[in-house]
Design a protein around this ligand. Structure first.
Ligand code: ATP
Ligand code: HSE
Length: 327
C-alpha cells in the first residue's frame, strides 16, 4: 500500500487550487508503488470537461534537490512526443510544492496498464520506447550522477554483509563476492552515455495492447551508459518474476525493438553481457538491503532479492552471452 501520508479533503482541495486545473472533484489513493504516496486526482478541468492527474508526495529515497532534474526531464520528453507524463506547474510556475515539509508534484495522468506477462510484441515496443526516450533526451541540459551506480553496489554489499546475504539465500554471499569485483573490474569505459531511465521495469510502463502509452517513475533517471539502460530493461523484462526462467523470444524482441531506433555499436553489444551482470547485481543488492533493513511486518512489501540473484547467475554463465549476439 503506498499512501503513507493522510491528506484531508480540505488540504487536497487547497493544494489543487494552487494549480490551474479546475476544482477538485475526487481523490483516490493508489495502492501500487513503494517509494512515494500517490493519489489519482480528478478535477473539473480548465475547460470544465474534467481532467485526471497523479499527485505524488515524495516520501523515501528521493532528494528534493533532484526533483528539478526528474520533473523537468518529464516535461522535456513529453514535449518531444515521448509517452511520458508532463509535470503540471503551479500558478507561479513551480515544478513542485512543499506540503507540511514534504515535496509534492502534480503529474499528467496517462492511460494504460502495466503488463505482468509481456508478449514479444510488447517487449519490442518497450525496446523502441526506451531508445526513443534516450534519443529524445539528447538535448536535455540536466545532468545527474547515477546514485544507484557502482559505488553504491559496493556500499550496499558491505552494509548487508556476508551474513545478511547468506541469511537471504545460502549461495548469495558467495555469488556477490565473486561477481561484484569481476563486474567492477570489467566495467567498460568510453561507451555512449546520456540520460537514461535506469529502472524500466514492467510496472513502470503503461501499455494498451502492444502500444506503450506511458513511461513513468523516472526517479532513478540519471546520466549513464545507454547500453546499461538496455541491460536493466533486459533483466526486468526477459525472465519470469522469480528469475528461474529466461525467455529468449522476449529478449530478441526487446533488443530488436531498441535497435530499430538506436542500433548498438559493436562495443556496446560486446559489453552487454557484463552490463547485464551489473544490472542484476544492482537490483539483487538494493532488494537485499531493503530485505535486511525492512521489518517483515512493515507497510512496504519487500521485493525478492533472490529473483535477481538468479538472473545474475544466468548472465554470469558465459554460455548465455549469446543472448546478446547480433542475429
Ligand atoms: N502518470 C501516470 N499516469 C497513470 N498512472 C500513473 C502515473 N504515474 C503513476 N501512476 C500509477 O501509480 C502507480 C505508482 O506510481 P510509481 O511507480 O511512480 O510509484 P512509486 O512509489 O515511485 O513506485 P516504485 O518505487 O514501487 O517503483 C503506478 O503503478 C501507476 O499505476
Ligand atoms: N524496480 C526496482 C525497484 C526500484 O529500484 C525493483 O524491482 O527492485
Amino acid at each position: 500500500m503506498a499512501v503513507y501520508t493522510h491528506l484531508g479533503a480540505e488540504v487536497l482541495a487547497g493544494l489543487v487550487a494552487e494549480f490551474d486545473v479546475g476544482e477538485l472533484t475526487s481523490v483516490k489513493g493508489i495502492a501500487e508503488g513503494i517509494s512515494n504516496s500517490n493519489w489519482l486526482v480528478e478535477t473539473t478541468g480548465k475547460d470544465g470537461a474534467g481532467a485526471r492527474f497523479i499527485l505524488t508526495m515524495y516520501e523515501y529515497r528521493i532528494e528534493v534537490g533532484d526533483l528539478p532534474f526528474f520533473l523537468s526531464l518529464l516535461d522535456h520528453l513529453s514535449a518531444r512526443g515521448c509517452p511520458v507524463p508532463r509535470t503540471i506547474h503551479d500558478r507561479q510556475g513551480n515544478l513542485y510544492r512543499l506540503l507540511d515539509g514534504k515535496a509534492v508534484a502534480l503529474i499528467e495522468f496517462l492511460p494504460g496498464v502495466s503488463v505482468s506477462a509481456p508478449t514479444p510484441g510488447q517487449a519490442q515496443a518497450v525496446g523502441r520506447a526506451l531508445a526513443q526516450m534516450q534519443l529524445a533526451a539528447a538535448d536535455f541540459a540536466g545532468v545527474r550522477e547515477n546514485a544507484m551506480g557502482r559505488a553504491e553496489w559496493q556500499r550496499l554489499a558491505q552494509e548487508c554483509g556476508p551474513d545478511g546475504l547468506a541469511e537471504i539465500d545460502p549461495g548469495f554471499a558467495e555469488l556477490v563476492s565473486r561477481e561484484l569485483p569481476a563486474v567492477l573490474a570489467g566495467w567498460p569505459e568510453g561507451l555512449p552515455r546520456g540520460t537514461i531511465h535506469a529502472d524500466l521495469f514492467p510496472d513502470n510502463v503503461l501499455m494498451l495492447g502492444a502500444q506503450v502509452t506511458g513511461l513513468i517513475d523516472f526517479y532513478f533517471a540519471c546520466t549513464d551508459l545507454f547500453a546499461y539502460d538496455l541491460a536493466v530493461t533486459h533483466a526486468a523484462w526477459c525472465f519470469s518474476n522469480d528469475g528461474k526462467h529466461f525467455d529468449p523470444a522476449l529478449s530478441s524482441a526487446l533488443i530488436a525493438g531498441y535497435e530499430e531506433v538506436r542500433p548498438l555499436s559493436d562495443a556496446e553489444r560486446s559489453a552487454l553481457p557484463l552490463l547485464a551482470r551489473g544490472a542484476a547485481l544492482r537490483f539483487a543488492l538494493t532488494r537485499a538491503w531493503d530485505w535486511v533493513n525492512t521489518p517483515a511486518d512493515a507497510l512496504v512489501t519487500r521485493k525478492d532479492p533472490v529473483a535477481f540473484a538468479r538472473r545474475l547467475e544466468f548472465y554470469a554463465d558465459p554460455a548465455n552471452a549469446t543472448v546478446f549476439a547480433a542475429t
